[in-house]
Design a binder for this molecule. Sequence first.
Ligand SMILES: Cc1ncc(COP(=O)(O)O)c(C=O)c1O
Length: 357
Amino acid sequence: MEQVDRHDVRARHWVAEAIRQVEADAHRSCDTHLHVFPLPAHWGVNLYLKDESVHPTGSLKHRLARSLFLYGLANGWIGPNTTIVEASSGSTAVSEAYFARLIGLPFIAVMPESTSPEKISLIEFYGGKCHLVTDPRTIYAESIRLATESGGHFMDQFTYAERATDWRGNNNIAESIFHQLAMEPHPEPTWIVVGAGTGGTSSTIGRYIRYRRYATRLAVVDPEGSAFYPSWVTGDASVTAPGSRIEGIGRPRVEPSFLPSVIDRMIQVPDALSIAAMRWVREVTGRDVGGSTGTNVAAAVQLLAEMRAAGEEGSVVTLICDGGERYRGTYDNDAWLRDQRLDIHPHLANLRAFLAS
Ligand SMILES: Cc1ncc(COP(=O)(O)O)c(C=O)c1O
């Protein structure tokens, strides 16, 4: 990794200017919306969708990418000649390519070759290069190799997501949610429901809830083929798994930024239900959302049904992680669903019945 020469005044000026540019991006941006999901008023429960798809780079990863660049710049790991390398399922690489271009650095994304073509072209649109690997498990070693060869810096979101994000505040996603709920009937939600890719979002929210002493509980969803749920249930962090079909969440190994101790409950969601819920959200709200949002909403519906069955009033918050336009070739494609042997129709019928019940 190229270390920024401590004595090189010009490099220090470059770092200061790069930090100003990244901070200015935040200053130009407004906060993401918190949408009300339409539920019958007499139910006494409310569901909210925190819309992270409206960030400049279209996903929740815009926040993380900004934090990782500030962390790398402030640590002296990124300088005027640093090639930025990242291992990603796609979303983080899109956002990091944007920030690399913002400060004038080359960017290489190491991703599984199964990554959606929409995400690959977005990374290239921001000037990034995509280095595709056949086996998703090799993205870490391949990133380290490319960073070493280019004398560059491996951003390593899976390790640093939980460290680079300020969990005490600084307008992190949790602080934004609680601020936007302040005038709602149930401003302190019963549950916040999120997925885990790096685990950074769930770690930030879990820590913030405890730091601010809220009674809110954190539920983390997991798709098929992921190591997070089995590891959380058994406490065994060495669990491995085949890998997830829901882009952005679920991992073949337990990632370093996954913090099981701040998670109150984990819910496994079948992939067919995730995709049914993705389409149902669009049907009910008109909002075009991605697969991991479907996973979130499916679990939120389960928790709402449990609250209603227990006669409990309250609110549940979950995330719109990115937009559906990134998955036209997969979750939105019936031929792809057939190939994957995913029958979403019974799940779609159940979700429609839930709202009609
Ligand atoms: C679309 C999408 N949803 C959810 C997540 C999970 O976020 P985190 O990495 O903070 O756990 C990711 C992460 O890459 C993602 O890309």
